[in-house]
Design a protein around this ligand. Structure first.
Ligand SMILES: [Zn+2]
Length: 260
């Protein structure tokens, strides 16, 4: 479900940025505003794999065009939950994000601003807020995307690494989420799809993890849209609210310092 994918993307971003200072000095300092912008980008990127579904959130994003794009991706990737739900697709999308991250422009007063990430942010944030049903109208969703893009352009860190990291994390989080459902995801080394031997296929439990069609699943959440999925979605949403408030308070604190 779109809502839970967007929520899990934001949650993973908050958790990763909270843990990263200990792991990497390369990504830091990521200012609180950068963390918030990244959460929106990561939430939007967590919807990208389902661009392969003609009735998914992204298919409705732009009249006619959204559906045409979703159809094209669906057919090009071999159908829903196929090529677009693989590590191969994650690498392709991350490379695109790295290239977009390099598109910058020098603007008077603001200095160098990340044009590529800002433009991508418009679409990703629009998808994210619509999937979360934060807004009802698509026009409002696009407007919020625009506001977030301005925030990204003005506040995002000089270090361009955050953008591809947010996109990659969101994309992989989606695949991990689908892996937890009964339906599962294609082989991790797609397009090579290895099917299990017949004896494996006849063994209960084992044949639920590595399926006859070669798909993998760790079906902890049951079917897509199950009660368990909703419970996890609510828990992740609560974590996101907590993290958002914590980071926003930090942002407020930092902004207040020059006033003293
Ligand atoms: Zn999916």
């Amino acid at each position: 479900m779109g809502i839970n994918h967007a929520t899990s993307g934001a949650a993973v971003w908050f958790a990763a940025t909270a843990a990263l200072p200990a792991l990497s000095t390369d990504l830091y300092p990521l200012a609180p505003m950068g963390v918030l912008a990244g959460a929106l980008v990561c939430a939007g990127a967590a919807l990208l794999p389902d661009a392969d579904h003609h009735s998914g959130t992204i298919a409705h994003s732009v009249p006619v065009l959204g559906r045409l794009a979703a159809r094209a991706i669906e057919e090009g990737s071999g159908g829903h939950r196929h090529g677009a739900h693989t590590l191969f697709a994650a690498v392709v999308v991350t490379v695109v994000a790295v290239l977009l991250g390099r598109v910058t422009a020098v603007v008077p007063v603001l200095g160098r601003i990340p044009v590529g990430p800002a433009i991508a942010t418009i679409a990703l944030v629009c998808f994210a807020v619509k999937a979360r049903d934060v807004v009802k109208r698509w026009s409002t969703a696009w407007l919020l995307g625009l506001v977030a893009a301005v925030a990204v352009a003005v506040f995002s860190p000089d270090n361009p690494v955050w953008f591809p990291v947010a996109v990659a994390l969101g994309f992989v989080t989606h695949i991990a989420g689908d892996l937890l459902t009964v339906e599962g995801v294609p082989s991790l080394i797609w397009p090579i799809q290895i099917k299990p031997p017949r004896a494996w296929d006849r063994t209960p439990v084992l044949n639920a993890v590595w399926k006859r069609n070669g798909y993998l699943s760790v079906p902890l959440l049951g079917h897509a849209g199950s009660v368990r999925e909703h419970v996890l979605g609510v828990a992740l949403a609560l974590y996101c609210v907590y993290a958002f408030v914590a980071v926003a308070m930090q942002a407020g604190h930092i902004d207040l310092i020059p006033l003293h």
